[in-house]
Design a protein. Structure first.
Length: 206
């Protein structure tokens, strides 16, 4: 068993097998076919991607960055060369998956335009749409920060993929500071974003 769980691929495959088993047990008497099935799957993938995205965001801000000053100087290069680039790979692609699945879901459920206009096209009549729209805008801003501010600056700061081998140290430090600042901004935005997403479903009627 230890050998099985030592392999991440096997562990993830086992997780999906358990999903299939739970699906068969839970929906054997419930019709979940056609469009209903695919919207359910998209919502699940949206949540799954979001958990990875926000989980890694909070890992960077609650664990990695605060712990960095405590790490001995001779060990820091390993973190910047191996662990952080790998985490950033999953971080940015889970952000992309979250926003894409979220937009597709909003389109399929027919509230994409209403949400992104904060229900302006309907006369601001639906509080639920306004709240989920605020959450979608916060998520979109966070996605933009990941792809166009955090990731490019981290590439410079850590010379990921050896794209910036001759970048001067002051420029690396400036890039790290900029990337770190927008990572903190995303941490701040993630709190009201999650509040809106949960609130729109569980707290507001209409």
């Amino acid at each position: 068993m230890a050998a099985f769980f030592a392999n991440l691929r096997n562990t993830v495959i086992a997780g999906f097998v358990l999903v299939v088993i739970v699906f068969i047990i839970g929906w054997q008497s419930h019709a979940l076919t056609g469009a209903t099935f695919w919207t359910f799957m998209l919502r699940w993938l949206h949540v799954l991607s979001g958990v990875m995205w926000i989980g890694l965001l909070w890992y960077f801000n609650f664990v990695s960055t605060p712990t960095m000053p405590l790490i001995p100087a001779e060990l820091k290069p390993a973190l910047g060369r191996f662990i952080t680039p790998a985490a950033l790979f999953w971080f940015r692609w889970s952000a992309m998956a979250t926003i894409v699945f979220g937009i597709i879901l909003a389109w399929l459920y027919g509230y994409l335009l209403q949400a992104y206009t904060l229900d302006a096209i309907e006369g601001f009549a639906n509080a639920k749409t306004i709240v989920i729209g605020i959450g979608m805008w916060l998520g979109t801003i966070m996605w933009f920060n990941v792809w166009f501010l955090i990731w490019p600056n981290q590439q410079k700061a850590l010379n990921i993929g050896n794209r910036y081998p001759n970048l001067a140290q002051p420029e690396k430090d400036a890039a790290a500071k900029t990337g770190g600042m927008f990572s903190r901004i995303n941490t701040m935005l993630s709190i009201p974003m999650l509040f809106c997403m949960v609130g729109a479903t569980h707290m507001i009627i209409g």
